[in-house]
Design a protein around this ligand. Sequence first.
Ligand SMILES: [Zn+2]
Length: 307
Amino acid sequence: MHYGIDVGGTKTEIAIYDRQWVCLDRWREPTPSDDGAALLAMLSEMVREADRRQGGRGSLGLGFPGVVDDRGYLIAANLPGLRSFVLEAALATSLDRPFVIENDSRCFVVSETGPGGAAEGVVHAFGAILGTGAGGGAMVAGRLLAGSGRFAGEWGHLPLPAAAARRYDLPLLRCGCGLEACLETYIAGPGLVRLHRHFGGESATAEAWHQAWLADERAAQQAHRCHLELLGGALANVVKLLSPSVIIVGGGLSTLDELMEALPASIAEQLFPGVEVPAVVRSRLGDASGVRGAAMLGAEASRRVHV
Ligand SMILES: [Zn+2]
Protein backbone atom coordinates (compact mmCIF):
# COMPACT_ATOMS: atom_id res chain seq x y z
CA MET A 1 0.00 0.00 0.00
CA HIS A 2 1.01 3.54 -0.68
CA TYR A 3 -0.11 6.61 1.26
CA GLY A 4 -0.10 10.12 -0.11
CA ILE A 5 -0.78 13.23 1.97
CA ASP A 6 -1.54 16.62 0.46
CA VAL A 7 -1.16 19.42 2.99
CA GLY A 8 -3.22 22.41 1.89
CA GLY A 9 -3.70 25.78 3.55
CA THR A 10 -7.20 24.86 4.77
CA LYS A 11 -7.56 21.07 4.30
CA THR A 12 -5.17 18.13 4.51
CA GLU A 13 -6.04 14.98 2.59
CA ILE A 14 -4.68 11.47 2.90
CA ALA A 15 -5.28 8.87 0.18
CA ILE A 16 -4.42 5.17 0.24
CA TYR A 17 -3.55 3.36 -3.01
CA ASP A 18 -2.93 -0.24 -3.97
CA ARG A 19 -0.11 -1.31 -6.32
CA GLN A 20 -2.23 -0.55 -9.40
CA TRP A 21 -2.88 2.98 -8.11
CA VAL A 22 -6.52 2.31 -7.34
CA CYS A 23 -7.60 4.56 -4.48
CA LEU A 24 -8.79 2.36 -1.59
CA ASP A 25 -9.67 5.09 0.90
CA ARG A 26 -9.29 8.82 1.42
CA TRP A 27 -10.33 11.44 3.94
CA ARG A 28 -9.65 15.02 4.90
CA GLU A 29 -9.00 16.97 8.07
CA PRO A 30 -8.89 20.74 8.62
CA THR A 31 -5.24 21.95 8.52
CA PRO A 32 -4.13 23.68 11.74
CA SER A 33 -2.08 25.96 9.50
CA ASP A 34 -0.92 28.40 12.19
CA ASP A 35 0.09 25.74 14.75
CA GLY A 36 3.03 23.65 13.53
CA ALA A 37 3.06 21.25 16.50
CA ALA A 38 -0.65 20.50 16.03
CA LEU A 39 -0.14 19.98 12.29
CA LEU A 40 2.74 17.53 12.84
CA ALA A 41 0.65 15.62 15.41
CA MET A 42 -2.29 15.50 13.00
CA LEU A 43 -0.14 14.13 10.15
CA SER A 44 1.21 11.44 12.45
CA GLU A 45 -2.32 10.47 13.55
CA MET A 46 -3.54 10.33 9.93
CA VAL A 47 -0.78 7.84 9.08
CA ARG A 48 -1.57 5.72 12.16
CA GLU A 49 -5.27 5.76 11.23
CA ALA A 50 -4.39 4.63 7.68
CA ASP A 51 -2.41 1.71 9.15
CA ARG A 52 -5.36 0.78 11.37
CA ARG A 53 -7.83 0.86 8.48
CA GLN A 54 -5.57 -1.19 6.18
CA GLY A 55 -4.07 -3.51 8.79
CA GLY A 56 -0.49 -2.80 7.66
CA ARG A 57 2.09 -0.13 6.95
CA GLY A 58 2.13 1.85 3.72
CA SER A 59 4.90 3.83 2.08
CA LEU A 60 4.49 7.59 2.50
CA GLY A 61 4.87 10.73 0.42
CA LEU A 62 3.79 14.25 1.43
CA GLY A 63 3.03 17.21 -0.81
CA PHE A 64 3.29 20.76 0.56
CA PRO A 65 2.38 24.11 -1.03
CA GLY A 66 5.78 25.72 -0.84
CA VAL A 67 9.52 25.22 -1.09
CA VAL A 68 12.05 24.06 1.48
CA ASP A 69 14.89 26.58 1.80
CA ASP A 70 18.59 25.73 2.10
CA ARG A 71 18.36 25.58 5.90
CA GLY A 72 15.44 23.13 5.78
CA TYR A 73 12.66 25.59 6.60
CA LEU A 74 9.43 25.53 4.61
CA ILE A 75 8.57 28.74 2.76
CA ALA A 76 4.79 28.57 2.39
CA ALA A 77 2.51 31.58 2.79
CA ASN A 78 -0.46 29.33 3.65
CA LEU A 79 1.28 27.40 6.44
CA PRO A 80 2.73 30.02 8.81
CA GLY A 81 2.76 27.56 11.73
CA LEU A 82 5.57 25.56 10.16
CA ARG A 83 7.87 28.55 9.75
CA SER A 84 9.84 27.79 12.92
CA PHE A 85 10.32 24.07 12.19
CA VAL A 86 13.11 22.46 10.20
CA LEU A 87 10.47 20.54 8.33
CA GLU A 88 12.05 17.20 7.44
CA ALA A 89 13.66 16.79 10.86
CA ALA A 90 10.38 17.70 12.60
CA LEU A 91 8.44 15.23 10.44
CA ALA A 92 11.07 12.53 11.03
CA THR A 93 10.45 12.72 14.77
CA SER A 94 6.65 12.79 14.45
CA LEU A 95 6.25 10.12 11.74
CA ASP A 96 7.22 6.50 12.35
CA ARG A 97 8.57 5.62 8.89
CA PRO A 98 10.66 6.92 5.99
CA PHE A 99 8.89 9.49 3.84
CA VAL A 100 9.37 11.78 0.88
CA ILE A 101 8.36 15.42 0.94
CA GLU A 102 7.86 17.43 -2.23
CA ASN A 103 6.22 20.58 -3.50
CA ASP A 104 2.58 19.87 -4.43
CA SER A 105 2.98 21.13 -8.03
CA ARG A 106 5.85 18.75 -8.61
CA CYS A 107 3.69 15.93 -7.19
CA PHE A 108 1.13 16.95 -9.84
CA VAL A 109 3.48 16.32 -12.79
CA VAL A 110 4.57 12.98 -11.34
CA SER A 111 0.93 11.89 -11.14
CA GLU A 112 -0.06 13.16 -14.60
CA THR A 113 2.86 11.37 -16.29
CA GLY A 114 2.13 8.19 -14.29
CA PRO A 115 -0.43 5.43 -14.99
CA GLY A 116 -3.82 6.88 -15.95
CA GLY A 117 -2.51 10.46 -16.10
CA ALA A 118 -3.10 12.94 -18.93
CA ALA A 119 0.49 12.45 -20.18
CA GLU A 120 1.00 8.82 -19.20
CA GLY A 121 4.46 7.62 -20.12
CA VAL A 122 5.65 11.00 -21.45
CA VAL A 123 9.28 11.47 -20.38
CA HIS A 124 9.71 15.19 -21.17
CA ALA A 125 6.71 16.99 -19.65
CA PHE A 126 5.90 20.15 -17.75
CA GLY A 127 3.01 20.39 -15.29
CA ALA A 128 1.55 23.86 -14.74
CA ILE A 129 -1.08 24.49 -12.07
CA LEU A 130 -3.13 27.64 -12.51
CA GLY A 131 -5.31 28.12 -9.47
CA THR A 132 -4.84 30.64 -6.68
CA GLY A 133 -1.16 30.57 -7.65
CA ALA A 134 0.93 29.39 -10.60
CA GLY A 135 2.99 26.35 -9.59
CA GLY A 136 4.86 23.92 -11.75
CA GLY A 137 7.17 20.99 -12.10
CA ALA A 138 9.10 19.25 -14.85
CA MET A 139 9.82 15.68 -15.81
CA VAL A 140 13.09 15.49 -17.72
CA ALA A 141 14.06 12.18 -19.32
CA GLY A 142 11.54 10.46 -17.07
CA ARG A 143 12.84 11.93 -13.79
CA LEU A 144 11.33 14.68 -11.67
CA LEU A 145 13.59 17.73 -11.97
CA ALA A 146 14.45 19.00 -8.49
CA GLY A 147 17.65 20.96 -9.02
CA SER A 148 20.24 21.54 -6.34
CA GLY A 149 18.00 23.93 -4.43
CA ARG A 150 14.90 21.74 -4.88
CA PHE A 151 12.78 24.51 -6.36
CA ALA A 152 13.13 23.84 -10.10
CA GLY A 153 9.90 24.59 -11.94
CA GLU A 154 8.87 27.81 -10.21
CA TRP A 155 7.81 29.41 -13.49
CA GLY A 156 5.18 31.58 -11.78
CA HIS A 157 7.96 33.66 -10.24
CA LEU A 158 9.64 34.57 -13.50
CA PRO A 159 9.17 38.31 -14.09
CA LEU A 160 6.51 40.04 -16.13
CA PRO A 161 8.00 40.90 -19.56
CA ALA A 162 8.76 44.61 -19.86
CA ALA A 163 7.26 44.86 -23.36
CA ALA A 164 3.87 43.53 -22.21
CA ALA A 165 3.95 45.64 -19.04
CA ARG A 166 4.46 48.77 -21.14
CA ARG A 167 1.98 47.82 -23.90
CA TYR A 168 -0.84 47.15 -21.44
CA ASP A 169 0.30 49.79 -18.91
CA LEU A 170 0.29 47.13 -16.17
CA PRO A 171 1.03 48.03 -12.53
CA LEU A 172 4.13 46.36 -11.03
CA LEU A 173 2.70 44.43 -8.08
CA ARG A 174 4.53 42.90 -5.12
CA CYS A 175 4.27 39.08 -5.14
CA GLY A 176 3.69 36.93 -2.04
CA CYS A 177 7.21 35.51 -2.53
CA GLY A 178 8.77 38.92 -1.87
CA LEU A 179 9.76 39.74 -5.46
CA GLU A 180 8.13 42.39 -7.63
CA ALA A 181 5.97 41.79 -10.72
CA CYS A 182 6.11 37.98 -10.72
CA LEU A 183 4.02 36.47 -13.52
CA GLU A 184 1.92 34.54 -10.99
CA THR A 185 0.40 37.85 -9.86
CA TYR A 186 -1.05 38.30 -13.38
CA ILE A 187 -1.64 34.80 -14.79
CA ALA A 188 -3.13 32.77 -11.89
CA GLY A 189 -6.87 32.97 -11.10
CA PRO A 190 -6.63 36.12 -8.93
CA GLY A 191 -4.33 37.62 -11.60
CA LEU A 192 -6.96 37.25 -14.29
CA VAL A 193 -9.41 39.09 -12.00
CA ARG A 194 -6.78 41.83 -11.45
CA LEU A 195 -6.33 42.20 -15.21
CA HIS A 196 -10.08 42.46 -15.68
CA ARG A 197 -10.27 45.25 -13.13
CA HIS A 198 -7.22 46.92 -14.65
CA PHE A 199 -9.11 47.18 -17.94
CA GLY A 200 -12.20 48.57 -16.21
CA GLY A 201 -14.12 45.39 -15.34
CA GLU A 202 -15.68 44.69 -11.97
CA SER A 203 -15.31 40.95 -11.40
CA ALA A 204 -14.30 39.52 -8.03
CA THR A 205 -13.70 35.95 -9.23
CA ALA A 206 -12.38 34.24 -12.35
CA GLU A 207 -15.87 32.81 -12.86
CA ALA A 208 -17.32 36.36 -12.88
CA TRP A 209 -14.69 37.37 -15.46
CA HIS A 210 -15.75 34.37 -17.55
CA GLN A 211 -19.41 35.41 -17.44
CA ALA A 212 -18.43 38.93 -18.55
CA TRP A 213 -16.30 37.44 -21.33
CA LEU A 214 -19.19 35.28 -22.53
CA ALA A 215 -21.34 38.44 -22.56
CA ASP A 216 -18.75 40.07 -24.86
CA GLU A 217 -17.82 42.76 -22.35
CA ARG A 218 -14.95 44.87 -23.69
CA ALA A 219 -12.86 44.85 -20.48
CA ALA A 220 -13.23 41.07 -20.20
CA GLN A 221 -12.04 40.64 -23.79
CA GLN A 222 -9.02 42.87 -23.17
CA ALA A 223 -8.19 40.97 -19.98
CA HIS A 224 -8.41 37.68 -21.89
CA ARG A 225 -6.05 38.90 -24.65
CA CYS A 226 -3.51 40.24 -22.16
CA HIS A 227 -3.76 37.13 -19.96
CA LEU A 228 -3.35 34.81 -22.92
CA GLU A 229 -0.27 36.69 -24.11
CA LEU A 230 1.34 36.65 -20.65
CA LEU A 231 0.49 32.98 -20.04
CA GLY A 232 1.62 31.90 -23.51
CA GLY A 233 4.85 33.87 -23.08
CA ALA A 234 5.50 32.32 -19.67
CA LEU A 235 5.02 28.81 -21.06
CA ALA A 236 7.14 29.67 -24.12
CA ASN A 237 9.95 30.49 -21.68
CA VAL A 238 9.47 27.08 -20.06
CA VAL A 239 9.68 25.48 -23.53
CA LYS A 240 12.91 27.37 -24.31
CA LEU A 241 14.50 26.06 -21.12
CA LEU A 242 13.17 22.50 -20.94
CA SER A 243 11.68 21.56 -24.34
CA PRO A 244 8.82 19.40 -23.01
CA SER A 245 6.73 17.45 -25.53
CA VAL A 246 3.59 17.92 -23.41
CA ILE A 247 2.41 20.65 -21.04
CA ILE A 248 -0.26 19.46 -18.61
CA VAL A 249 -2.39 22.25 -17.17
CA GLY A 250 -4.28 21.83 -13.88
CA GLY A 251 -6.03 24.09 -11.39
CA GLY A 252 -9.21 26.13 -11.72
CA LEU A 253 -8.26 28.00 -14.92
CA SER A 254 -7.65 24.70 -16.76
CA THR A 255 -11.44 24.21 -16.82
CA LEU A 256 -11.80 27.14 -19.27
CA ASP A 257 -12.09 25.56 -22.75
CA GLU A 258 -11.40 28.85 -24.55
CA LEU A 259 -8.13 29.31 -22.69
CA MET A 260 -6.94 25.74 -23.25
CA GLU A 261 -7.77 25.90 -26.97
CA ALA A 262 -6.05 29.25 -27.52
CA LEU A 263 -2.88 28.50 -25.53
CA PRO A 264 -0.83 26.52 -28.12
CA ALA A 265 -1.05 29.38 -30.66
CA SER A 266 -0.06 31.95 -28.03
CA ILE A 267 2.94 29.80 -27.02
CA ALA A 268 3.92 29.34 -30.70
CA GLU A 269 3.84 33.10 -31.34
CA GLN A 270 6.42 33.59 -28.62
CA LEU A 271 8.82 30.86 -29.73
CA PHE A 272 11.30 30.82 -32.60
CA PRO A 273 9.65 30.06 -35.96
CA GLY A 274 9.63 26.38 -36.80
CA VAL A 275 10.22 25.20 -33.24
CA GLU A 276 8.04 22.29 -32.14
CA VAL A 277 5.22 23.51 -29.90
CA PRO A 278 4.33 21.03 -27.16
CA ALA A 279 0.85 19.58 -26.88
CA VAL A 280 -1.20 21.37 -24.21
CA VAL A 281 -3.50 19.00 -22.32
CA ARG A 282 -5.80 19.32 -19.34
CA SER A 283 -5.06 17.40 -16.13
CA ARG A 284 -6.92 14.09 -16.06
CA LEU A 285 -6.80 13.50 -12.32
CA GLY A 286 -7.83 17.01 -11.27
CA ASP A 287 -7.65 17.81 -7.59
CA ALA A 288 -6.58 14.23 -6.77
CA SER A 289 -3.35 14.59 -8.74
CA GLY A 290 -1.23 16.15 -6.00
CA VAL A 291 -1.98 13.54 -3.37
CA ARG A 292 -1.48 10.70 -5.87
CA GLY A 293 1.86 12.12 -7.04
CA ALA A 294 3.03 12.40 -3.43
CA ALA A 295 2.10 8.72 -2.91
CA MET A 296 3.97 7.77 -6.11
CA LEU A 297 7.14 9.54 -4.96
CA GLY A 298 6.86 7.83 -1.57
CA ALA A 299 6.43 4.45 -3.26
CA GLU A 300 9.45 5.02 -5.52
CA ALA A 301 11.62 5.99 -2.55
CA SER A 302 10.56 2.94 -0.55
CA ARG A 303 11.44 0.68 -3.52
CA ARG A 304 14.89 2.25 -3.62
CA VAL A 305 15.34 1.58 0.08
CA HIS A 306 14.26 -2.05 -0.25
CA VAL A 307 16.25 -3.16 -3.33
ZN1 LIG B 1 6.83 35.69 -6.81
